[in-house]
Design a protein around this ligand. Structure first.
Ligand SMILES: [Fe+2]
Ligand SMILES: [Fe+2]
Length: 219
């Protein structure tokens, strides 16, 4: 009897976890969903790009789209297990802004007659596993992981602002707006108590991001 009861309790906990995971996955798949904020590119012209510029912009925006899929995992993973309501509010608020970024990138990719990376589901799964592992070490480490991720994303977006054609004002506006949000997310994670991660971990994160950005540019 008690086994059945314990079994029922276990099933219920698993059920809740699956429900949360389902909401996270839905949040990361923006098909048919609208952004809360309009794209920064909305009122900008779309000057013609050369075939080469268009291909390059599409590659960079595909990388950014994959980054935003990972950002969903970085915020929603810890939010799934957060016990502190203030922390959960911060994580969910930032994830809503990341969701806007995801949709802006998807829209721009469509305008460039391109598509998201076929590897997005794998990057999402890997990112959520890493974010949950960081969360298991406590809020300070979890927030430290968020801060370091955002810091690296800012550096990466700075590179895109240098690299994107000056003509591609629509992609540039999206990247600049994301850069501003990511810098605020990093500062907020630090204010919430994020602890700086050890250098070897930060280096592994840089390497992992390099693999992701290289693959996402092409496929
Ligand atoms: Fe973002
Ligand atoms: Fe961010």
């Amino acid at each position: 009897m008690s086994e059945t009861h314990a079994g029922a309790r276990r099933y219920s906990a698993l059920d809740r976890l699956i429900g949360r995971f389902d909401r996270v996955v839905r949040a990361a798949v923006p098909a048919g969903q609208a952004a809360a904020r309009p794209s920064p590119a909305t009122d900008l012209p779309d000057p013609p790009l050369t075939a080469r510029e268009r291909r390059h912009s599409a590659g960079l925006m595909r990388v950014n789209h994959t980054g935003e899929v990972c950002a969903q995992a970085v915020y929603l993973g810890p939010a799934m297990v957060a016990r502190d309501p203030t922390l959960e509010r911060f994580l969910r608020g930032a994830s809503a802004e990341e969701h806007d970024h995801l949709i802006w990138c998807a829209q721009r990719l469509e305008e460039l007659e391109s598509r998201p990376s076929v590897l997005d589901p794998a990057w999402f799964a890997g990112s959520i596993a890493i974010a949950l592992a960081a969360a298991a070490f406590g809020d300070a480490v979890s927030l430290g992981f968020v801060e370091e991720t955002e810091r690296q994303v800012c550096a990466h977006l700075d590179g895109h602002l240098t690299d994107l054609s000056e003509e591609d004002v629509r992609s540039r506006a999206i990247v600049a707006a994301m850069r501003s949000d990511e810098a605020r997310h990093a500062a907020n994670a630090r204010e919430q108590g994020g602890r700086e991660l050890p250098l070897p971990i930060r280096r592994v994160m840089v390497l992992q991001a390099r693999v992701m950005t290289t693959l996402a540019y092409w496929i």
